[in-house]
Design a protein around this ligand. Structure first.
Ligand code: ATP
Length: 383
């Protein structure tokens, strides 16, 4: 096995209950050396509990945690070769940046002063704080303090770094800069980063792979592209990016196409993916807004829906079109603002058309019937 494919963390049917409440249910996946791995999901879905079980701050109700192939389920946190960076960095205010980072290695008494000095100097260069070694935390910006916390966690090169919403305390601009910075640092040190976030844009920007969680369960694990293009469930489709979801019923299927009729009576054809559906199955057709294009008619070979353009929202580089069909179903499209046709005006008739590979079919109907749209624009733009 190459070093890159070496498994650093293995979760073996991990479960955590608080009383009779299941916080994490049957988590069963591995993280390879050097991966940037996000655990993503809404508040309360069990992300932090999962991270705490990896770090050793919570004991699993059942299942095992393996670090570098060794079962550490009953090993205390300080004896596990992982470090955690929390949302609150808790730096020692009276110590310099250098002393904050050197605190761990000095307490461990594993190396002499010369070696500690070399290690701390090196990691401060990696996080680009070499010039600030003598400063106190209060003399640093939020982003610089964040990097001290990172340097402190990385100084002894653990097998993996666990990060619990580490950018949550930063404002949006700094947060975006730190996303790029974190990725660079991770590449440079080459160890696995496991990153907990409820921000899907952040997960997509930074991660090699993402585990999407809902109500204690891992719904899907994959690359950002796999999760965006082929969501495994309605929850994932709605949580990652923006999606038009049209409830429909399967009318016929062939090797290549699934023919469905929406609850509003519109016939659509959808390319067959790996999931198999039978005639009569309740499904949802997912149309990503950025895959829809405005047209004056739906030509015979194409697929599309027509309606009235009710809203046209300029967003700088892009424009969002909101189209109401006759039954009042709302469909949203996101287009390049430069490609906006002059005839597309609010109140006028418009068609939204798509290419054959655009629709994606998912099992089940959402809780409330009718097309639903979730919306986060920067994800669409980044994929
Ligand atoms: P957030 O994004 O809000 O931090 P999360 O996805 O990290 O949420 P967890 O902190 O893992 O969620 O919590 C998962 C569930 O377990 C929540 O419903 C929470 O209330 C519950 N929980 C967490 N810790 C405890 C505890 N010590 N005792 C009882 N319930 C707990």
């Amino acid at each position: 096995m190459t070093d890159e494919k070496r498994l650093v963390i293995e979760l073996d049917h991990l479960r955590k209950m608080y009383g009779d409440f299941v916080a994490v249910e049957d988590a069963n996946f591995s993280i390879a050396n050097g991966e940037f791995f996000a655990i993503l999901g809404p508040s309360g879905c069990g992300k932090t509990t999962m991270l705490k079980m990896i770090a050793g701050f919570e004991k699993p109700t059942s299942g095992r945690v393996l670090l570098d192939g060794e079962d550490v389920s009953s090993v205390p946190p300080y004896r596990r070769n992982v470090n955690t960076v929390f949302q609150q960095y808790a730096l020692f205010p009276h110590m310099s940046v250098f002393d904050n980072v050197a605190f761990g290695p000095r307490s461990a008494k594993k190396f002499d002063d010369a070696r500690i000095k070399k290690d701390v100097t090196e990691i401060l260069e990696v996080v680009r704080l070499g010039k600030f070694a003598a400063r106190k935390p209060s003399q640093l910006s939020g982003g610089q303090q964040q990097r001290v916390a990172l340097a402190r966690a990385l100084v002894n090169y653990p097998s993996a770094l666990l990060l619990d919403e580490p950018l949550a305390a930063l404002d949006l601009k700094l947060r975006e800069a730190m996303q790029i910075e974190l990725k660079r640092i991770q590449r440079e040190v080459g160890i696995s980063f496991i990153f907990v976030t409820h921000d899907q844009g952040e997960a997509i920007t930074m991660s090699d792979r993402i585990a999407v969680m809902s109500e204690g369960r891992v719904e899907q694990i994959g690359t950002p592209e796999q999760i965006y293009r082929s969501p495994a469930s309605l929850f994932v489709a709605g949580f990652i990016g923006s999606a038009n979801l049209l409830p429909a019923t399967v009318e016929s299927n062939s090797k290549q196409w699934l023919h469905v009729r929406t609850t509003r009576g519109i016939a659509l054809k959808v390319p067959v993916t790996s999931a198999s559906f039978a005639v009569g199955d309740k499904v949802c057709v997912m149309l990503r807004p950025e895959r829809l294009h405005p047209a004056q008619s739906i030509d015979e070979s194409g697929s599309g829906l027509d309606g009235i353009l009710t809203d046209l929202v300029y967003q700088g580089a892009t424009a969002r079109l909101i189209v109401h069909q006759t039954d009042d179903t709302e469909i949203s499209a996101l287009i390049d603002a430069n490609a906006l046709p002059s005839w597309a005006r609010p109140g006028e008739k418009i068609c939204l058309v798509w290419s054959d590979d655009c629709p994606y079919v998912l099992a089940g109907w959402p809780d409330h019937a009718g097309a639903t749209t979730t919306s986060v624009d920067h994800v669409e733009a980044s994929l």
